[in-house]
Write a protein that binds this ligand. Structure first.
Ligand code: UT7
Length: 386
């Protein structure tokens, strides 16, 4: 394949131009520099790509979020199970969590609130949205997808939508997914939402799990850019051997709902906390160190770490391993608990005013599967969008 910039005689160029035809933006490896470029024409005769454009990257252009009004405090939890505020604060770091306690409302309700705020803040026209992807472990229904319901509630006419399931790492996987759809050149405005109503699967008689989780949703807009900001890199991992340690036993196709499964409390989240804790610390630390090294990031030029908010001790261990002081780590676990796919974007929602264009941010998470990873983002704008 000839390099598009290679000089050619004017007659040969004219001949080639007659063959050129417009194609959907196409990613191809430049034979000259080895980088991926987006091309907009291809020669009908020989198949050579032409019309190299500036490399399109993907940038986060806004954030919206929502947590329900009802707040479940540690004092209330202490009336439900044998625990106390001091244990929960020192072992987990949660003071309160928001709970969606209105009957008939699911994850799509919170996703809708977050996405509506996002669209308002970014001035997005509903007709311009190409794609909506929702990460959730607590969909409204097994099917259709929560993203389909959200699409309807937002009045999106030109979008397609689907759910992505990667438990607490869902939002990392979403950022990588959106980045690749933008890189294809065919999608210009993508909404990604992390939404989980964890209260729908928490057993409020189990003291080992009920203090940890809360409900919430937050969303990013992802769009193309030619600037040197955006979703720069990711390292994502999955290991299905984590199944026994974190799962819901019944309700899926292996063990459909029955009187037996309900009687035996098999529709609640099951977690072997100590094992998950160990894997979470080592996996999040290793992958964050790896992405930093790969991209020349050090404790001095990392501006923020945005860790999954599952346990403040896990967060501190990751920061320690990265040698990054805690004032560069975004933490809001105290007020929301673990909202699963919601934690990473909810952190950005809470601390948006602190962020500046060009800030180096490492997102990292760990969840059921096991799933884990890190995403390196160069932030795209200054301060809080209203
Ligand atoms: O988001 C997905 C990923 N999830 C995570 O990253 C969560 C990872 N795991 C954890 O965060 C922690 O393991 C937990 C918070 C779940 C538990 O903390 P821990 O320090 O690992 O406690 P443990 O399970 O080792 O239990 C220590 C003791 C036990 O008593 P004994 O056996 O030593 O007498 C528990 O029964 O603490 C007891 N305990 C409690 N005591 C008061 C467990 N839960 C409670 C409680 N209040 N709520």
């Amino acid at each position: 394949m000839a390099h598009p910039k290679r000089r050619q005689s004017s007659t040969r160029q004219a001949k080639r131009r007659t063959h050129d035809k417009a194609v959907a933006p196409t990613l191809a490896i430049c034979p000259n520099c080895g980088e991926w470029h987006v091309y907009h024409t291809v020669c009908g005769a020989c198949g050579y790509y032409r019309g190299k454009l500036a490399i399109e990257k993907e940038v986060i252009t806004g954030v919206g979020g929502y947590v329900p009004d009802y707040i479940l405090t540690n004092d209330e939890i202490s009336k439900m199970v044998d625990t106390n505020d001091e244990w929960i604060m020192t072992r987990i770091g949660v003071k309160e969590r928001h709970i969606l306690n209105e009957e008939g409302l699911g994850s799509s309700y919170m996703a809708r609130k977050a996405a509506k705020q996002l669209m308002k803040k970014t001035g997005a026209n509903p007709d311009d949205i190409d794609l909506v992807v929702v990460a959730t472990s607590t969909p409204d229904y097994h099917f259709p997808s929560t993203a389909s319901i959200l699409c309807d509630k937002l009045g999106l006419k030109n979008a397609f939508a689907f759910d992505l399931q990667a438990a607490c790492s869902g939002f990392l996987y979403l950022m990588e997914t959106a980045a690749n759809f933008i890189r294809s050149g065919r999608y210009k405005k993508i909404i990604i939402v992390g939404a989980d109503k964890m209260s729908s699967m928490v057993n409020y008689t189990d003291r080992a799990t009920c203090p940890i989780f809360g409900d919430g949703a937050a969303a990013f807009m992802v769009e193309p850019t030619t600037e040197d900001v955006g979703i720069m890199d990711s390292i994502l991992r999955t290991d299905g051997k984590g199944l026994p340690f974190l799962h819901m036993k019944a309700g899926g196709s292996v063990c459909p709902p029955s009187y037996f499964t309900v009687d035996n409390k098999m529709h609640y989240l099951h977690q072997e906390g100590r094992t998950v804790f160990k894997y979470a610390v080592s996996s999040m630390s290793d992958v964050s160190a790896a992405i930093a090294e790969k991209n020349g990031l050090t404790k001095d030029n990392i501006d923020w770490i945005v860790p999954h908010q599952a346990n403040v001790r896990i967060i501190e261990a990751v920061a320690h391993r990265m040698e990054v002081p805690m004032d560069k780590v975004l933490v809001n676990i105290e007020h929301y608990g673990n909202t699963s796919a919601g934690t990473l974007p909810l952190c950005i929602w809470d601390f948006e005013d602190k962020l500046k264009k060009g800030d180096n941010i490492i997102f990292t998470a760990f969840g059921a599967g096991f799933t884990w990873g890190a995403v390196y983002v160069k932030w795209g704008y200054d301060g809080k969008k209203e």
